[in-house]
Design a binder for this molecule. Structure first.
Ligand code: NAP
Length: 284
C-alpha cells in the first residue's frame, strides 16, 4: 500500500509559516488577479485566491472586466498594475475570451510581477536551466510535495503526461533541471502504457478520468495526479484509477487533497517572494 501524499497538510504547514513571516511585512504583499467575463469556474478559482490572500493579510485585489473588454483596455490595466508599487504580483485568469490575444497580454506583465511564470522571460529561464523570478504554481507545489516526502528525483525516470504551458511543459523542464531523465507524453503519444510502465515518477496532467490504470504502472512508482475531473456520478477525481494504482505505488497523491491545495499555496508563496525580490531590487 502506498503512502498517501497529504497535500492539504503540507500546504497548511507552508501557509502557517508564511503567515508568521508576512504578519509584520509592511507594506503587505500585493496580489492583483484580473478576470475577464463570467466563466463560473474561473470565478470560483479567483474568489478562492482572493480569500486565501486576504486571510494572510495581503493587499489582494480582483479586477473584474466585462467579456467585451478590448485588448487595449486590458493592456492598459496591466500597465497600471505594473506601475502600482502596492502590487507585487499580477495574475490574469485563463481562459480569456477568443478576441483577446493571450500571448500579447501575458507579455505585457512585467516579468518581475509574473506570479504564474507565464511570461516568455521566465519560461525561457526555466527552459535554459536558469531560475525564473518565481516558478509556476502547480509544478512548484508538486516539487515541494516530493521534497517534503524525501522523494529523490535525480537519476529517476520521470514521465509527465501532458504538455500544457501551465503544468506539463514546466513540470518536465523543472524535473530535468533536477537531473531526472524525463519523458513527456501527450494525446498523440503511441503506446502510452509502455512508457508509463517504465516511470519511477509519474506525473499525470491530462484531465482525463481513469486514464492511468494499474496495469500501466510498475511496482513502487511515485504517482502525482494533477487531473481534476468529474466522474460519472459527478464526484471530483483525478486522471488515475486511485484505488487500484495505490496498491502498486510507493507514494500517491489523492484527488482532492493532493496537488490542488499546493497550487494555491504556491501562489501565496510566490506573491511573498516577488515582494521580497522587488524590495531588494529597489534598494540594491
Ligand atoms: P490541458 O491544457 O488540457 O492539457 C492536457 C494535456 O494532456 C495536453 O498536453 C494533452 O495532449 C494531454 N492529453 C490529453 N488526453 C491525453 C491522453 N489520452 N493521453 C495522453 N495525453 C493526453 O490541461 P492542463 O491545464 O494542463 O490541466 C490538466 C489537468 O490538470 C486538468 O484536469 C486540470 O483541471 C488539472 N489542473 C489541476 C491543477 C491543480 O491545482 N490541481 C492545476 C492546473 C490544472 P495534447 O497537447 O496533444 O492535446
Amino acid at each position: 500500500m502506498a503512502v498517501i501524499i497529504d497535500g492539504k497538510k503540507v500546504a497548511k504547514e507552508i501557509l502557517q509559516n508564511l503567515a508568521d513571516e508576512t504578519v509584520f511585512m509592511s507594506p503587505a504583499p500585493g496580489l492583483a488577479v484580473i478576470i475577464v467575463g463570467d466563466d463560473p469556474a474561473s470565478k470560483i478559482y479567483v474568489s478562492s485566491k482572493k480569500k486565501k490572500a486576504s486571510e494572510l493579510g495581503f493587499n489582494s485585489i480582483v479586477v473584474e472586466l466585462p467579456e467585451s473588454v478590448s485588448q487595449s483596455e486590458l493592456l492598459a490595466k496591466i500597465e497600471e498594475l505594473n506601475d502600482d508599487e502596492k502590487i507585487n504580483a499580477i495574475l490574469v485568469q485563463m481562459p480569456l475570451p477568443k478576441h483577446l490575444d493571450k500571448n500579447t497580454i501575458i507579455e505585457k506583465i512585467n516579468p518581475i510581477k509574473d506570479v504564474d511564470c507565464f511570461h516568455p522571460y521566465n519560461v525561457g529561464k526555466i527552459a535554459t536551466g536558469d531560475k525564473p523570478y518565481v516558478y509556476p504554481c502547480t509544478p512548484k507545489g508538486i516539487i515541494r510535495l516530493l521534497e517534503y516526502y524525501d522523494i529523490a528525483v535525480e537519476g529517476k525516470h520521470a514521465v509527465v503526461i501532458g504538455r500544457s504551458n501551465i503544468v506539463g511543459r514546466p513540470m518536465a523542464q523543472m524535473l530535468l533541471n533536477m537531473n531526472a531523465t524525463v519523458t513527456i507524453c501527450h494525446s498523440r503519444t503511441k503506446n502510452l502504457a509502455d512508457i508509463t510502465r517504465t516511470a519511477d515518477i509519474l506525473i499525470c496532467a491530462a484531465g482525463k478520468a481513469n486514464l492511468v490504470t494499474s496495469d500501466m504502472v510498475k511496482d513502487g512508482v511515485v504517482v502525482v495526479d494533477v487531473g481534476m475531473n468529474r466522474n460519472s456520478s459527478g464526484k471530483l477525481c483525478g486522471d488515475v484509477d486511485f484505488s487500484a494504482v495505490e496498491k502498486k505505488a510507493s507514494y500517491i497523491t489523492p484527488v482532492p487533497g493532493g496537488v490542488g491545495p499546493m497550487t494555491i499555496c504556491s501562489l501565496m508563496v510566490n506573491t511573498v517572494d516577488l515582494h521580497k525580490i522587488q524590495k531588494n531590487d529597489k534598494y540594491s
